[in-house]
Design a protein around this ligand. Structure first.
Ligand SMILES: Cc1cc2nc3c(=O)[nH]c(=O)nc-3n(C[C@H](O)[C@H](O)[C@H](O)COP(=O)(O)OP(=O)(O)OC[C@H]3O[C@@H](n4cnc5c(N)ncnc54)[C@H](O)[C@@H]3O)c2cc1C
Length: 376
């Protein structure tokens, strides 16, 4: 019998697992593949609530800002707990418009960001090219979002695994949960693919885009979470690096493209946003769009070498908001539906849910995101 079983070792499950173990809870994290194998290792690692702001996403913005504020402390704590360095970078994000229409759209978003009091600055083409000389001179507008940071998701996962272990928590990889058995309105146990039955006072479903595949939970309890596929490319950064900031190039009719330089010498280029279920095959069209969109604003990319390409599945709910907290089934909790913001929301998910579980005190900022309050 464990105090807590967490299903899924992405950033949501591992962050919460580490925090629980650190407070003396007997926690077991079950992962059917290897830690981070879902969306988490596929991510670019942008922590960018300002640059990624979309109209009508005020609640998500508040959530993202609250989590971003926690990041420096979270990184310090995790580096100490794991003994590993995390590539947390604070150069900020530049958003660039490649033509006049995109420039107009950028102006509208800038006015909205300013009205919300966000940390954003308009830059002339000359000023943005002083910060990133390899950007094309043909830009029509640019914004700087200095408070939007980034982290390396691979290192984040590795550090969370190590910290969980050092805190006395357990991780079992290659162990798929098939079913959560519920009886009389409470969790009885979980059943693995190998028909092993494991009991815990609490079970947390943190299975990302695969949340709906877990059997046994009465209907209406789990939110509808679907996979929104993203294709990604890694090139080498070059010497000197083609860029040092995160660069975003929103497009009006084609996928927005971003370029994220990493300290290990990679440049991550992402990402498409596709409704193709769990098909993990790369497409010529997706890769073409990423290369076209990135080379358009950063022409020097033409000579960089492709190192890797992959797909990942964002766990997206009907209203695009995460679902965090206790359900109507006693002992059953959810930490899922983080969509395109799961890396950003890692500290808030971990700290917020650990307080909710151990002190019965859900932080105010999570109020609108509980399973009972969310759109099913
Ligand atoms: C291409 C791409 C780029 C992204 N870029 C960013 C970004 O820049 N910034 C940002 O904040 N977010 C980004 N995201 C979003 C972010 O990656 C996700 O929101 C986040 O990783 C979700 O974490 P999670 O732990 O909820 O899910 P996951 O990482 O998917 O973890 C769920 C885990 O559960 C396991 N699992 C599933 N079913 C079972 C089962 N039955 N039994 C046991 N284990 C199971 C899976 O194998 C998986 O490892 C991006 C996502 C993609 C796809």
């Amino acid at each position: 019998m464990h105090d807590c079983i967490i299903i899924g070792a992405g950033v949501a499950g591992l962050g919460l697992g580490w925090q629980l173990a650190d407070r003396g809870v007997d926690v077991l994290v079950l992962e059917r593949d290897r830690a981070g194998a879902g969306a988490s290792r596929a991510a670019a690692g942008m922590l960018a609530p300002t640059a990624e702001l979309e109209f009508q996403e005020i609640e998500l913005l508040e959530l993202g800002r609250a989590s971003l504020e926690m990041y420096p402390e979270f990184v310090d704590e995790l580096e100490t707990a794991s003994g590993m360095d995390l590539d947390y970078r604070t150069e900020g994000t530049l958003v660039v418009a490649g033509d006049r229409d995109e420039g107009e759209a950028l102006d509208r978003i800038y006015n909205y960001q300013r009205r919300l009091g966000l940390d954003v600055e308009k830059l002339s083409t000359e000023a943005v090219r002083e910060r990133e000389p390899a950007l094309t001179p043909d830009l029509h507008r640019a914004l700087a979002c200095p408070s939007d940071h980034q982290i390396d998701p691979e290192q984040l996962i590795d550090a969370l695994v190590e910290a969980l272990d050092r805190a006395g928590g357990m991780l079992r990889e290659s162990c798929a949960v098939q079913k959560v058995r519920c009886e009389d309105g409470q969790v009885r146990d979980i059943v693995t693919e190998d028909d092993e039955h494991l009991e815990a006072d609490r079970v947390v479903v943190a299975a990302g885009a695969w949340t709906g595949q877990i059997d046994g939970i009465p209907s209406g309890i789990l939110p509808h979470v679907r996979p929104v596929r993203g294709e990604m490319i890694a090139t080498d950064l070059g010497d000197p690096p083609v860029c040092e900031h995160v660069v975003r190039a929103p497009h009006l009719t084609r996928p927005d493209v971003y370029m994220v330089p990493k300290s290990d010498g990679r440049l991550i280029i992402g990402a498409t946003s596709e409704e193709r279920g769990f098909d993990s095959r790369l497409t010529a069209g997706g890769i073409f769009e990423l290369l076209w969109g990135s080379k358009r604003v950063l022409p020097a990319l033409y000579d960089r070498h492709i190192q890797d390409m992959w797909t990942g599945f964002r766990p997206v709910t009907l209203d695009g908001e995460p679902v965090l907290g206790p359900t109507d089934i006693e002992g059953l909790w959810l930490a899922t539906g983080h969509g395109r913001n799961g890396i950003l929301l890692t500290p808030l998910t971990a700290y917020g849910l650990v307080d909710a579980i151990l002190e019965d005190a859900l932080p105010d900022v999570l109020e609108g995101f509980t399973p009972t309050g969310s759109l099913q």
